[in-house]
Every structure is written in structure tokens, then in C-alpha cells.
Design a protein around this ligand. Structure first.
Ligand SMILES: *[C@@H]1O[C@H](CO)[C@@H](O)[C@H](O)[C@H]1NC(C)=O
Ligand SMILES: *[C@@H]1O[C@H](CO)[C@@H](O)[C@H](O)[C@H]1NC(C)=O
Ligand SMILES: *[C@@H]1O[C@H](CO)[C@@H](O)[C@H](O)[C@H]1NC(C)=O
Ligand SMILES: *[C@@H]1O[C@H](CO)[C@@H](O)[C@H](O)[C@H]1NC(C)=O
Ligand SMILES: *[C@@H]1O[C@H](CO)[C@@H](O)[C@H](O)[C@H]1NC(C)=O
Ligand SMILES: *[C@@H]1O[C@H](CO)[C@@H](O)[C@H](O)[C@H]1NC(C)=O
Ligand SMILES: *[C@@H]1O[C@H](CO)[C@@H](O)[C@H](O)[C@H]1NC(C)=O
Ligand SMILES: *[C@@H]1O[C@H](CO)[C@@H](O)[C@H](O)[C@H]1NC(C)=O
Ligand SMILES: *[C@@H]1O[C@H](CO)[C@@H](O)[C@H](O)[C@H]1NC(C)=O
Length: 329
């Protein structure tokens, strides 16, 4: 099983380097996967680190827009000139304010939307906090109260639909007696807008494949998430130097793990695709952070030539002569 996948990986890398502006092929596992969630542990994708920028707020996550990037810590955010990396302005809430644990962010049309929770306090509460990135003033809040877990990321897909993850943890936090929700109860949610906010309702939700949770998340959980310019969803764990590509299943409630991207310069946490950046050599631009070195990290990751297909065939319809005897399954 592994040998042909490795061969495909190499031929893909050669193809993107050779024909940078032409349509890239897609890796086998991206094109029509209805598997059981384990294919993504075998399909490895490599990346290239192109820049690191020191930023004391590079502790929880990062957001990026056309001209700036934003490093995000529990209760502070620094806006940087994207070209030079120079820090320009900081929002600071302080340890005694209502904002205690930001986890990342995304900038859409001049607003920074940042997932927030009271991690590791009990009971778990969550909100989305919003900043005007021109002024760096906090402008809005949408509170979920106690709901599904701790919100760790939010982002829009290419149709403008909002998604996010409410994370739970196997770890028993200091001063508590029970695990913090159990990692397997972590859910990816699709939001539906209402008159009060884009996050007013949750219309559907999914869990992560058990193999991904046990091998890569536990005792922590899904930390970052961002939609690539090619439409695929990339998520991270809390500590591993990797991102996992996911697809929403055509049926059922378990996400499909399509591929794993090696990201040696980061260790989980918030990520953000720069969807304003031009593809370079078939690669997109992904931002992450290194908590250990307090740096924002810019990376190049191959984009895929195919988009997620959530309309894959589920099962088959059989004539009487082809009926399957399920009593022998
Ligand atoms: C394609 O890549 C080559 C070398 O890698 C570079 O010289 C050329 O400018 C690139 N073309 C575009 C359109 O980016
Ligand atoms: C995806 O797979 C189909 C066949 O299943 C093939 O015709 C198509 O070219 C593939 N697309 C890409 C982008 O690789
Ligand atoms: C998933 O599929 C792979 C390959 O098809 C198989 O080796 C593996 O046992 C399956 N895992 C589960 C949990 O069904
Ligand atoms: C694209 O990314 C791959 C690794 O994922 C790297 O080897 C290659 O040099 C990158 N190409 C460009 C033009 O950045
Ligand atoms: C980044 O931080 C490291 C460690 O503090 C320091 O050695 C290095 O000089 C800094 N780089 C820049 C460009 O300031
Ligand atoms: C970033 O810094 C460069 C160099 O000082 C400057 O030319 C550019 O206008 C700055 N960008 C923004 C958006 O301020
Ligand atoms: C930020 O939150 C983390 C928990 O995720 C905690 O370990 C860390 O000490 C906090 N840092 C600050 C500066 O409050
Ligand atoms: C972007 O924000 C501006 C206000 O800052 C608003 O007028 C405009 O309609 C928004 N555009 C979209 C596509 O939401
Ligand atoms: C941000 O603030 C500026 C200055 O007050 C205002 O012009 C702009 O519309 C605001 N944008 C958003 C998205 O709130």
C-alpha cells in the first residue's frame, strides 16, 4: 500500500515545480476519498519554510490579510507589516479582562474574528471576539456560553460559510477531577447565520476519525483550522509539527482524513492560509506560529488541482441477481 503512494508524492512534487502556473494535479487521496479515515496517515505532503518573524504575541495563533499579519496570544494581538514583519500596533486586554484565552483568528473584510474560550477553567465556555483591524479596537462579541467544548478556530470556506471546532480534552486540568470533555468529543461545526451574528446557529457537526484523535490529538485536541485557496480544510493538533487535511463525508458523522502535511517549523496551534497570496510554483502560503521561539512562520504548501467532493457515491443499488447476503458479512 505504501510504496505507490510515495511514488505519487514524488512525481507530484516534480510536477508542481516544473509547471508552476499551470493547473496542478491532485494527490490520489484528495481525489475521491470515501475511506475510513486512515488514508491521511499514509499520504504525506511536504512543505517549505520561507520566513520566520519574531513576535512576542506568537503564542496561540496567527491571522493574515492582504497587507498585514497578526500574532495572537491569550489576551493580546500584534499587527505586523506583512512585507517587513515590523510590528505596528498591539491590542492588549490584560490578565484581568474578560478576554482570557484567544486561540487564533481570521481576517475577513477588515474584521479579525478570533475564537475565545475560558480554557482551562471549568465549565468550558466559548465566544467569537471581533476586532476592527484598521483601528485594532475590539468591536463585537458573540457568546456561546457553555456549549460543546472550547472554541479553538473559526474560518469561512470558499462559499462564505463559517466553520469552527469546539474542542474537548482527555487531560484532567489542575484542580479538576474529571477529564476536560474527552478528546473524541471534539466537533467540527458548520455555523448558520442569524440576525444577531454569523455564528448564531450550528446547522451540522462532525467528529474527527478515532485514529487521528488517538495518534495525534490526545490528550489535547484540534487547535487550528484554515481553508486553503484550493478549498481544502487544513487543521492542526496542539503539539505535532503537522497539519491534517480533512473532508466532510458524503454520509455519516466522521470526517475523512485525506492527507498529512509535514510542517517542521511549527508545533500545532493556530494556522492561517494567506488567501490573498498568489500561488508560487503550485504552492500556497500558510502562516503558523512557533510557541517555543515566539515566532510567526511563513510556509509554502502544495495546492491541489482538485476541490473537495462531498457528493461521492454512498453504496450501490443492486438487481436481485446481485443481491448481497448480509448475513455472511
Ligand atoms: C515559474 O517558476 C520559474 C522558476 O521556478 C520562475 O522563473 C517563473 O517566474 C515562474 N512563473 C510564474 C508565472 O510565476
Ligand atoms: C480525479 O480522478 C478522476 C478519475 O477518478 C480523474 O479522471 C481525474 O483526472 C482526477 N483529477 C485530478 C485533478 O487528478
Ligand atoms: C481502514 O482501511 C484500511 C485500508 O483500506 C484498513 O487497512 C484499515 O484496517 C481500516 N481501518 C478501520 C478502522 O476499519
Ligand atoms: C513548493 O513547496 C515544495 C515543498 O512543499 C518545495 O519543495 C518547493 O521548493 C516549493 N516551490 C516554490 C516555488 O516555493
Ligand atoms: C529573534 O529572536 C531571537 C531570540 O530571541 C534573537 O536571537 C534574534 O536576533 C531575533 N531576530 C531578530 C531579527 O530580531
Ligand atoms: C510595509 O513596510 C514597507 C517598507 O517600509 C512600506 O513600503 C509599506 O508601505 C508597508 N506596508 C503597509 C501596508 O504599511
Ligand atoms: C496562556 O494560556 C496558556 C494556556 O493555554 C497558559 O499555559 C499560559 O501561561 C498563558 N499565558 C499567559 C501569558 O497568560
Ligand atoms: C465589507 O465591509 C464594509 C464595511 O467595512 C461593508 O460596507 C461591505 O459591505 C463589506 N463587504 C462584504 C463583502 O461583506
Ligand atoms: C474600522 O474602523 C474604521 C475607522 O473608524 C472604519 O472606517 C471602518 O469601516 C471600520 N471597519 C470595520 C470592518 O469595522
Amino acid at each position: 500500500m505504501k510504496a505507490p503512494i510515495v511514488v505519487l508524492c514524488w512525481s507530484f512534487a516534480a510536477t508542481v515545480v516544473a509547471q508552476n502556473q499551470t493547473q496542478a494535479q491532485c494527490l490520489q487521496s484528495f481525489n475521491g476519498t470515501i475511506g475510513n479515515g486512515t488514508v491521511g496517515s499514509e499520504q504525506q505532503v511536504s512543505s517549505l519554510t520561507v520566513r520566520t518573524v519574531n513576535s512576542t504575541d506568537a503564542n496561540q495563533g496567527v491571522a493574515v490579510d492582504e497587507q498585514y499579519f497578526y500574532s495572537i496570544d491569550n489576551y493580546s494581538i500584534t499587527k505586523h507589516n506583512k512585507t517587513t514583519g515590523r510590528p505596528l500596533r498591539q491590542w492588549y486586554g490584560g490578565p484581568d479582562g474578560p478576554i482570557i484565552h484567544l486561540d487564533g483568528g481570521v481576517v475577513i473584510n477588515g474584521t479579525l474574528y478570533a475564537p475565545h474560550s475560558n480554557y482551562p477553567n471549568f465549565p468550558e465556555t466559548s465566544s467569537v471576539e471581533e476586532w476592527n483591524v484598521t483601528t485594532m479596537e475590539h468591536i463585537r462579541s458573540h457568546s456561546f456560553g457553555i456549549y460543546r467544548g472550547s472554541l479553538t478556530w473559526v474560518d469561512q470556506d470558499s462559499t462564505g460559510t463559517w466553520y469552527g471546532t469546539f474542542a474537548n480534552y482527555d487531560r484532567v486540568q489542575a484542580g479538576q477531577t474529571q477529564p476536560y470533555g474527552l478528546s473524541i468529543n471534539t466537533q467540527l461545526v458548520r455555523f448558520a447565520p442569524g440576525p444577531e451574528s454569523p455564528f448564531q446557529y450550528v446547522s451540522q457537526s462532525w467528529i474527527f476519525p478515532e485514529e487521528l484523535v488517538s495518534a495525534n490529538f490526545a490528550p489535547m485536541s484540534n487547535s487550528g483550522g484554515s481553508f486553503a485557496p484550493d478549498g481544502w480544510l487544513y487543521i492542526t493538533g496542539h503539539d505535532a509539527s503537522a497539519a491534517y487535511v480533512l473532508q466532510i463525508p458524503a454520509a455519516g458523522s466522521i470526517l475523512i482524513w485525506v492527507a498529512t502535511v509535514d510542517l517542521p517549523s511549527i508545533a500545532g496551534q493556530g494556522i492561517a492560509w494567506d488567501r490573498s497570496a498568489r500561488a508560487q510554483g503550485g504552492n500556497g502560503t500558510l502562516y503558523g506560529i512557533s510557541r517555543e521561539s515566539r515566532q510567526v512562520v511563513e510556509m509554502r504548501v502544495p495546492l491541489q488541482g482538485c476541490r473537495p467532493n462531498t457528493d461521492l457515491p454512498v453504496g450501490m443499488v443492486l438487481a436481485p441477481e446481485d443481491f448481497v447476503d448480509t448475513s455472511s458479512d
